[in-house]
Design a protein around this ligand. Structure first.
Ligand code: FES
Ligand code: FE2
Length: 404
């Protein structure tokens, strides 16, 4: 992490503490239309033209111990399979047999020699090639070479594996832009998955994501937890192209001291700038990953829409290998404490969804502190295609000059 970055963040924190109003020229943002969370057409556009065209985190390479190790996921309605090949290449496919569509592996994870469909036993190798069809004599003109598993794009950022259903998508590292280098020490560190914790909530996926894109709510929702740790007035927020964002919120003195004590005996990732120990650094990787980083370990929070009004929240906890194998006892306390915060956040989701469905308020006025949410919405529209978003639901790109 370079010194210029650290100096820029420190200067931004100082500026944010000192200001008495939004910076000169920051625009008045129109209300976000409530229909963006409820409209059926808009939801279908998101599902088909955003989630089927975006790079999304799928797994960490260490979750694939051997050639033939695999993991399966539901990625916004797409059944997906990632498998490590005999050549150590990670490949992703639709987990749908080319006969009649049954899954070719059914467990969440495992290791297999061949992927053998449990319906009629069509079998595929680790490259997705169809290698065996029972009763082949009964098919007329079936060309096995045309019936391999349908591939998805699968690329790595260090040890982080991402998947994209769009064959025409720009390369993952281009999509990540400046984050690709900025977080390299973290994505390439010797980490292990400590836990995967999943809950499902009745709300639109953006209502969930937005709850993690600002700290304006900290004092109200988290009065006895997060609020004791953060100084939101100094939050250094950056809007980054392609919808990504960064927010480094200064820690209170008390939080810095207690973190030092609580985490003193946990191994740390090398290479992180000191500014990461004096702030709470939260990155948003568009479209559905937000992570509050910490050198001793951190969760990747992912938001997976299962329906217009139902969203799965995954926390994939990563930590330095030495504190996971064997698991350091401090982790049980840390995970339990984080789950208390998660409940504070998620208890709020359904009531907000109910109000949005009832159109109980007329629209959503966002403030300067909440500008990551605006950036998020304008990027959604630009990925879908501005001309395809119904005009009354669109969000104009008013913050283009505020993007790094
Ligand atoms: S659906 Fe897979 S073999 Fe028939
Ligand atoms: Fe929160």
């Amino acid at each position: 992490m370079d010194q210029a970055f650290v100096e820029r963040i420190n200067a931004q924190v100082a500026y944010e503490f000192a200001r008495t109003e939004p910076p000169q020229g920051f625009p008045k943002l129109p209300d976000l239309p409530l229909g963006r969370y409820t409209d059926e057409t808009f939801w279908q556009l998101e599902r088909d033209s955003l989630f089927r065209r975006s790079w999304m985190f799928a797994a960490h390479t260490t979750e694939f111990p051997n050639p033939g190790s695999y993991r399966t996921f539901d990625m916004a309605g797409m059944p997906v399979l990632v498998v490590r090949g005999d050549d150590d290449v990670y490949r992703a496919f639709f987990n749908a047999c080319r006969h009649r569509g049954a899954p070719v592996v059914r467990d969440e994870c495992g290791t297999c020699d061949r992927m053998v469909c449990l319906y009629h036993s069509w079998s595929y190798d680790h490259t997705g090639k169809l290698v065996f069809v029972p009763d082949m004599r009964d098919f007329v003109g079936l060309q096995p070479e045309e019936r391999g598993l349908v591939p998805l794009r699968c690329e790595r950022w260090g040890k982080f594996i991402f998947v994209n259903a769009d064959q025409e998508a720009e390369p993952l590292l281009d999509h990540l832009g400046p984050l690709a280098d900025e977080l390299w020490e973290i994505v390439d560190a010797d980490l292990r998955v400590l836990a995967r914790i999943t809950t499902t909530h009745r709300c639109n996926w953006k209502i969930m994501a937005e709850g993690f894109l600002e700290v304006y709510h900290a004092k109200t929702i988290h009065p006895t937890t997060v609020a004791n740790s953060l100084r939101p007035a100094g939050a250094a927020i950056s809007l980054i192209r392609n919808g990504h964002t960064r927010m480094l919120t200064p820690l209170t003195e008390r939080a810095m001291n207690s973190q030092r004590e609580d985490r003193a005996d946990l191994p740390k990732m090398p290479g992180l700038a000191d500014v990461f120990n004096t702030t709470n650094p939260a990155y948003g990787v568009f479209p559905n990953l937000i992570t509050p980083l910490d050198s001793t370990g951190f969760p990747l929070l992912q938001f997976w829409p299962e329906a217009k009004d139902r969203t799965r929240l995954e926390r994939v906890w990563l930590a330095p290998a030495e504190s996971v194998e064997p698991r350091h006892p401090t982790w049980d306390i840390r995970l339990a404490g984080f789950e208390v915060v998660m409940v504070e956040d998620t208890d709020n989701l359904e009531p907000v969804q109910v109000a949005v469905e009832a159109a109980a308020h007329t629209g959503i006025p966002l403030n300067y502190q909440e500008r990551r949410i605006w950036h998020y919405h304008t990027t959604i529209d630009s990925v879908i295609g501005r001309d395809r978003v119904p005009e009354h639901l669109s969000v104009p790109d008013l913050l283009a000059d505020w993007v790094d």
